[in-house]
Ligand binder design. Structure first.
Ligand code: 3PG
Length: 214
């Protein structure tokens, strides 16, 4: 299994795509790509999410596409079958971690406590999603964790925006930052792809200044 940080490219950003249809997903992904984004996470929170992953893979092959909100073995397998190139979960249990590992895909399982981090480490995982980042202590919490878990690097997600992005990107134990702020639900509903490109461009500019993916 490759580490997620090794397959990500470009700015250290992993925006979320939540789409109702494959064509909507492709439009969002394309708007992000035009704004400099190289990797996206399609969350499994809509009935067509798996089809959205396949459609983006086929129509924008330059993008790296992963699946988020993986909550079961079935989700992990279905995401792989749909063409996901990596997996992200909001939570960690031994069964869920094993199911994600069994796919052989790069992964970032979700944690928010030292005990969950220790459990992930016991299973050999050192790249983890920190979720929900802002509500779980934000960048001060990640700083506190860095001295204890020196080998762990995080993808903070949850409550991140252009306003607080730089405080996360500045941390050594952050390898990529995730979130939905570049594709606001209102912009998606109004098909305002220009706004999504502009928000992606702003985030990309900041990220390239502070950090690039490996
Ligand atoms: C996730 O799926 O990781 C979160 O819903 C993203 O949180 P945000 O919408 O606050 O960025």
């Amino acid at each position: 299994m490759s580490a997620l940080s090794k397959v990500l490219q470009g700015p250290a950003l992993l925006p979320i795509i939540q789409a109702e249809t494959p064509s909507e997903a492709v439009a969002i992904a394309n708007a992000m790509y035009q704004g400099g984004i190289c990797s996206v996470e399609v969350v499994l929170r809509t009935t067509k999410a798996l089809d959205c992953i396949s459609a983006i893979r086929t129509q924008i092959p330059q993008l790296l596409v992963g699946a988020g909100t993986i909550l079961s073995k079935a989700d992990a397998q279905a995401a792989k079958n749909a063409g996901s190139q990596f997996l992200v979960s909001p939570a960690s249990t031994p069964n869920l971690l094993q199911a994600m590992l069994d796919t052989g895909l790069p992964l970032a399982p979700g944690v928010s406590t030292p005990s969950e981090i220790a459990m992930a480490l016991e299973m050999g995982l050192t790249e983890l999603k920190f979720f929900p980042a802002n509500l779980s202590g934000g960048s001060p919490m990640l700083k506190a964790l860095s001295s204890i878990f020196q080998q762990v690097r995080f993808c903070p997600t949850g409550g991140i925006s252009q306003q607080n992005l730089s405080e996360y990107l500045a941390l050594k134990n952050v390898f990529v930052v995730g979130g939905s702020w570049v594709s606001p639900a209102k912009a998606v509903a109004e098909q305002d792809w220009t706004l999504i490109t502009e928000l992606s461009r702003q985030a990309t500019a900041l990220a390239l200044q502070l950090k690039q993916a490996a």
